[in-house]
Write a protein that binds this ligand. Structure first.
Ligand code: C5P
Length: 224
């Protein structure tokens, strides 16, 4: 089984991001590059990180009219990303066109609801009901549109996996056992998310900000 951990390279400097990627490459399965990285370093930056030799997850969270999103997917095709994200709220046609433009080796995965939003924020955008129901509804829409899966939290993965057995699920917001979290929060560890059906574990700061990133990545790997 290949390593499901994608290290989020959320570092402003390309040389620092590449150096970290080189260091930990033996203990993670791939690298996640976000919108910030892509806007700052573009195709060149992606090529640099890809040269380290592991799969690339382009977390661009695309959301526009279907034609524009399909065009963007075609434009990043040359980078051969393993995974790309789009927003499920862009609608079925947008997701269908994104998937059609992605090529067969690229997983297209939908972001359902940003974790920065709560129920009140949702209501202000005209969506009634709970965030939970909203996520499940958007997951259903992503499946109907032919996407590979969704991004979801470690708290939702169990239920989403039961609803969509063959889905490809990307889970961020994980913390290895023993890392600092507020008292109230239930910690979801990489292992628990994996056991609940996660396909990809996105981990950033627990590795990138560790005193010894290689050791941190090794310890996470050992729990899986
Ligand atoms: O918190 P950490 O540094 O491990 O986050 C890794 C990545 O996952 C970051 O790129 C962050 O934007 C993303 N993330 C997310 N949703 C969350 C938590 C983190 O998309 N709830």
């Amino acid at each position: 089984m290949s390593n499901p951990v994608y290290l989020a390279l959320d570092l402003p400097r390309l040389d620092a991001a590449k150096a970290l990627a080189e260091k930990v490459k033996g203990h993670v399965g791939g690298f996640k590059l976000g919108l910030e990285f892509f806007c700052a370093h573009g195709h060149h930056g992606v090529h640099e990180i890809a040269s380290v030799g592991l799969p690339i997850f382009l977390d661009l969270k695309l959301h526009d009219i279907p034609n524009t999103v399909a065009g963007a997917m075609q434009a990043i095709h040359v980078l051969e990303p393993a995974i790309v994200t789009v927003h499920a709220s862009g609608g079925r046609a947008m997701m269908e066109d994104a998937k059609a433009a992605a090529g067969e080796h690229c997983k297209v995965v939908a972001v359902t609801m940003l974790t920065s939003l709560d129920e009140r924020d949702l209501q202000r955008t005209g969506v009634s009901g709970t965030p939970h129901d909203h996520v499940l509804r958007l997951a259903e829409l992503a499946e109907a549109a032919g996407l590979d899966g969704i991004v979801c939290s470690g708290h939702e993965i169990g239920e989403v996996h039961r609803q969509w057995k063959k889905g490809y699920f990307v889970v961020p917001g994980l913390r290895p056992a023993g890392s600092a979290v507020g008292d109230q929060k239930r910690v979801v560890t990489p292992r628990a998310a994996r056991d609940d059906g996660a396909s990809v574990l996105v981990i950033g700061r627990p590795i990138s900000r560790a005193e010894d990133p290689v050791q941190a990545a090794r310890e996470i790997e050992a729990t899986l």
